[in-house]
Design a protein around this ligand. Structure first.
Ligand code: UD1
Ligand code: CA
Length: 460
């Protein structure tokens, strides 16, 4: 690489008003696959291993954006939004004086680490450079003007371009490598002489030519990667691009995906062999899936690990849980944070589990709520059972030991323990611990009224 990482400062421009997003959220805080645009850029530059990263912000956004950053950055404040040249000048006030500068835009989340490394590797010794790309439809981007020798001599913005210049398809990505001595002087020489009255960073090209400082224009990026997010349409295009990339990565790992356009990987997913994913599945956060796992349609999995052979049936939502091997969940199960299922556990339809552990081979089959419970192995919890864990002020625990059988429709009023091997009769409200190996039940005596006739409808 002709550029040395340890002498490099990255300046990320993120102080713009983002007016075209039509939103009160700062532009770089809009999310793609669940991660802010700015954090995507920070991830993409990790491989460059720069000496420092400076994010240029406007004062009003400082606190809000600072609290979301995924890594340590220096912050530079641009006082007035006078253009990209002025934003770089603000960044330079914070950057190490000796360092070369890599300029990136906070609204370009798709630019890959490999393209960035390639660009830095292609810059001539001691030259500055701009990364370019050839666009099918270049509208809205600054166009690269080259001379007879193919050397860049100017970048012209859309609003300043002549009709002829607008036909040029090579565009400015907004990424530049600027040599320390050159940029520190030249940045103060840019005048706001354009239709927008802004200080354009792109004017550095003409200044470089006057000063005989070599400026390369390197076309090594695909159109997709250079997309700058200026409005919500761009955001949706970028989301689709990332979704496709992430789904393709799963296919490359051997997953069977019924319809790749209908799987949405918003976080990071790792998978084992022979995983099957049905339609309309959403993955968020960190999801790890073992071998031979099947995920039915319409499931949402967030921060979950699922061990080998487990089956998640349709319409299930699992958040922050640890699912053991050969478990079956759903359809229509809701697993809330803090759940651990041991091998072979079964959670049936319309069951909600929260902050509980379910032991090996235990079953919570249908229409039950289990919260703040420790359920051991071989337990059967009948339909419609509720752990009454909340007294209106505090949460209490339910402990269910090995081989307990809970009859349907039981209310287990916590704190309560069902001892090993105990049986709870259906329809019981259990308020005291149930002893081991015995039947505990609580129900009113059944009465029968003979010759009872049902009420009939009154005639009006
Ligand atoms: C800019 C380039 C254009 C290029 C395009 C690539 C200039 C003059 N234009 O245009 O040639 O093709 O990016 O996406 O450089 N920003 C600030 N402070 C400001 C103005 C902008 O920090 O005063 C930041 C924005 O937050 C944004 C970036 O700079 O992250 C680019 O600004 P934007 O307004 O999006 O520029 P474009 O019109 O897209
Ligand atoms: Ca832009």
């Amino acid at each position: 690489m002709s550029v040395t990482s340890k002498n490099l400062s990255v300046i990320i421009l993120a102080a713009g008003n983002g007016t075209r997003m039509q939103s009160s959220i700062p532009k770089v805080l809009h999310k793609l696959t669940g991660k802010t645009l700015l954090n995507h850029v920070l991830t993409n530059i990790e491989r460059v291993k720069a000496h420092e990263v400076i994010v240029v912000l406007q004062k009003e956004h400082e606190e809000q954006i600072k609290s979301t950053l995924s890594q340590d950055c220096l912050i530079a404040i641009q006082k007035n939004q006078k253009g990209t040249g002025d934003a770089v000048r603000s960044g330079l006030e914070v950057a190490n004086q000796e360092n070369d500068i890599l300029v990136l835009c906070g609204d370009m989340p798709l630019l890959s680490a490999s393209t960035l490394s390639k660009f830095l590797g292609l810059v001539s010794k001691d030259a500055s450079a701009v990364l370019t790309s050839v666009f099918h439809d270049p509208k809205g981007y600054g166009r690269i003007l080259r001379d007879k020798n193919n050397a860049i001599h100017k970048i012209v913005e859309e609003s300043d371009a002549t009709p002829k210049e607008k036909h040029i398809q090579e565009v400015n990505s907004g990424v530049m490598l600027l040599r320390s001595a050159f940029v520190r002087k030249a940045i103060n020489e840019i005048a706001p002489e354009n239709n927008q009255g802004e200080i354009y960073l792109t004017d550095l090209i003409e200044i470089a030519i006057l000063q005989k400082h070599q400026f390369d224009a390197i076309n090594c990026a695909s159109e997709d990667e250079i997309l700058g997010i200026n409005n919500k349409r761009h955001l949706s295009i970028a989301e689709a691009y990332m979704r496709k990339n992430k789904t393709n990565a799963l296919l490359d790992k051997g997953a069977t995906i019924i319809d790749p356009a209908r799987v949405d990987v918003r976080g990071d997913v790792s998978i084992g062999r022979d995983v099957e994913i049905d339609v309309d599945v959403i993955f968020k956060g960190n999801v790890s899936i073992g071998n031979n796992v099947k995920i039915g349609p319409f499931c949402i999995l967030k921060d979950v690990s699922i061990a080998d052979g487990s089956i998640i049936e349709s319409h299930s939502s699992i958040d922050s849980a640890d699912i053991g091997s050969n478990c079956i969940i759903g359809p229509y199960a809701r697993i809330r944070p803090g759940v651990k299922l041991e091998e072979g556990a079964k959670i049936g339809n319309f069951v909600e589990i929260k902050k509980s552990s379910i032991g090996k081979g235990s079953k919570v089959n249908h229409l039950s709520y289990v919260g703040d419970a420790e359920v051991s192995a071989g337990v059967n919890i009948g339909a419609g059972t509720v752990t009454c864990n909340y007294d209106g002020a505090n949460k209490h625990k339910t402990i269910i030991e090995d081989d307990v059988f809970v009859g349907s429709g039981s209310m287990l009023v916590a704190p309560v323990t069902l001892k090993r091997g105990s049986t709870i009769g259906a329809g019981s409200t259990i308020t005291k611990d149930a002893p081991s190996q015995s039947l505990t039940l609580e129900r009113a005596k059944q009465v029968t009224v003979d010759n009872w006739s049902r009420p009939t409808k009154e005639k009006k």
